[in-house]
Design a protein around this ligand. Structure first.
Ligand code: GLA
Length: 352
């Protein structure tokens, strides 16, 4: 495992970068800042190593005003996605959170663990695994409970990156972690992802409310809508259709309901004809958020690449957004002393 300097955070604390590599030459780079996946690369069908996630060359770029809100590759918690009106009720008590997306809370607030330095907890060369740890104090960002969270990345010989989360709190709270990688299977620097094909193992999605992006509570079958990815379809094929839900979100930014019974199962696949790279996403989470970089503005990323709108797609495994206010969905509450555990796997295959 390679361990190198990746720059500093806003207080001058040093950030490290770990590189995992297997015998096929597949690589995953993980930064202690936000426990983020900075690079995930495998050989394409011509033997060229392709990095298929968007990111930056140094820690400082992850913290600049222009890029903070993109969460490139970051571990997002304690609660991924939105909480309506930035308030959560736990054990009869209301907790005010930061309203950082209109009147809602998004990704736990602007100084969440996705922008903090995590501590290297366990570096296991033999298993090709790096585990990072972070502590969040009681009422930090408004959430109750002193919480210790861990995330580990393990790169296996079949080119799968296993991401495992663990969290424990001393008070009842919420736990809902995700990884916010933006995939571009043509290579992170290859532009629009519109012609890459996607399949999602979900028969229904949760429509959003206009302007707030909070799920209405409805469970809508995907059949007959542009959100039907039950068979492989180009991501761009119907993205510009005159369909209310796509207009509200400026593209796809929707949660799909998975049918995995809480066990790790295939949630989505994506493929790029040019490179032959094929992504398999597995999770034990009840939902996956498809986000097509609808709000990413033109700016510089890794190695001088120019990133912009629709230059990546995210498959964020998580609970249904705002599920804490919608008991008909599985809710993200965690009891004091109990351990939250969840797993997501991103595997890179090859179509020839
Ligand atoms: C998630 C949200 C999007 C957006 C991105 C980050 O995917 O659903 O609306 O906030 O995170 O930019």
């Amino acid at each position: 495992m390679r361990r190198e300097d990746f720059g500093t955070d806003q207080r001058g604390n040093s950030v490290e970068l770990f590189t995992l590599q297997n015998k096929n030459g597949t690589q995953a780079k993980i930064s202690t800042l936000g426990a983020a996946l900075v690079s995930f690369a495998r050989k394409d069908k011509t033997g060229v190593l392709r990095d298929v996630v968007l990111g930056y060359d140094k820690a400082e770029d992850y913290l600049s005003d222009g890029s903070r809100g993109y969460y490139f590759g970051a571990t997002v918690g304690r609660n991924a996605n939105r909480i309506a009106n930035a308030v959560i009720t736990i054990d009869g008590r209301e907790y005010a959170l930061e309203a950082n997306s209109g009147s809602n809370n998004l990704h736990s607030g602007s100084c969440g663990v996705s922008h903090r330095i995590w501590e290297a907890d366990c570096l296991d060369d033999e298993r090709n695994r790096v585990a990072l740890k972070c502590f969040s104090a009681d009422l930090e960002q408004g959430f109750p409970g002193n919480m210790t969270m861990k995330v580990s990345y393990t790169l296996t010989e079949d080119d799968a990156l296993h991401i495992e989360y663990e969290a424990v709190s001393d008070k009842d709270t919420v736990a809902n972690f995700t990884n916010h990688s933006y995939f571009n299977l043509g290579g992170h620097d290859s532009g629009d992802i519109g012609n890459q094909k996607l399949k999602i193992y979900a028969k229904a999605f949760t429509p959003l409310t206009k302007d707030t992006s909070i799920p209405t509570g409805e469970i809508r079958p995907v059949k007959g809508t542009p959100l039907d990815f039950t068979e492989f379809k180009e991501i761009g094929k119907e993205i510009a259709q005159d369909y209310e839900q796509l207009i509200y979100a400026r593209g796809y930014d929707h949660n799909f309901l998975l049918d995995n019974d809480g066990k790790t199962a295939l949630a989505a696949e994506a493929a790029c004809e040019e490179t032959g790279i094929h992504l398999y996403a597995y999770t034990d989470c009840p939902g996956v958020q498809l986000y097509t970089a609808n709000f990413v503005e033109e700016h510089k990323g890794k190695g001088g690449a120019v990133y912009g709108e629709r230059h990546g797609f995210c498959l964020e495994s998580q609970y249904v957004p705002d599920a804490c206010h919608n008991p008909q969905f599985q809710t993200p509450f965690l009891k004091a002393g109990e351990t939250y555990r969840s797993e997501t796997v991103y595997k890179l295959g090859l179509d020839r």
